[in-house]
Design a protein around this ligand. Structure first.
Ligand SMILES: [Cu+2]
Length: 107
C-alpha cells in the first residue's frame, strides 16, 4: 500500500516536471544556400537556432509585419538564435541570399 502511494507521488512529480515551461529549441541548418526545412511550427516562447553549416556567410532576418528582426551576419561554422515570443507566421530569409526561405509558424 505504502509503495503504491510512493509510486503515485513519483508519477505526479514527473507530470509536474513535464509541465514546467522549458524553452525548447528547434535547430535549423543552412547548407548549400538552403535551409534544411521549408516550414516549421513551434510554440510561442520557443527559440530557433540557425546553424550555418555552409562555407559562406548568411544573415537571418525577417520583414514580417508581426515582428521584424535581423540576426546579423553568421559566419561559416557559427549559429544564431531567435526566440519567437509572438504568435503568427514569420517569413524568414537570408539577407545575402534572397532565395533562402523558411516559414516559421508560431502557435
Ligand atoms: Cu545566405
Amino acid at each position: 500500500m505504502k509503495s503504491k502511494i510512493l509510486a503515485s507521488a513519483v508519477a505526479t512529480l514527473f507530470v509536474v516536471a513535464g509541465a514546467t515551461p522549458v524553452s525548447a529549441e528547434v535547430v535549423i541548418t543552412q547548407k548549400a544556400k538552403k535551409f534544411d526545412k521549408k516550414k516549421i511550427s513551434i510554440k510561442k516562447g520557443e527559440s530557433v537556432k540557425f546553424v550555418n553549416a555552409d562555407s559562406i556567410a548568411h544573415n537571418i532576418h525577417s520583414r514580417s509585419s508581426n515582428g521584424k528582426f535581423d540576426l546579423g551576419v553568421s559566419k561559416p561554422g557559427t549559429s544564431t538564435s531567435k526566440v519567437f515570443d509572438k504568435a503568427g507566421k514569420f517569413k524568414v530569409r537570408c539577407a545575402i541570399h534572397p532565395k533562402m526561405k523558411i516559414t516559421v509558424k508560431v502557435n
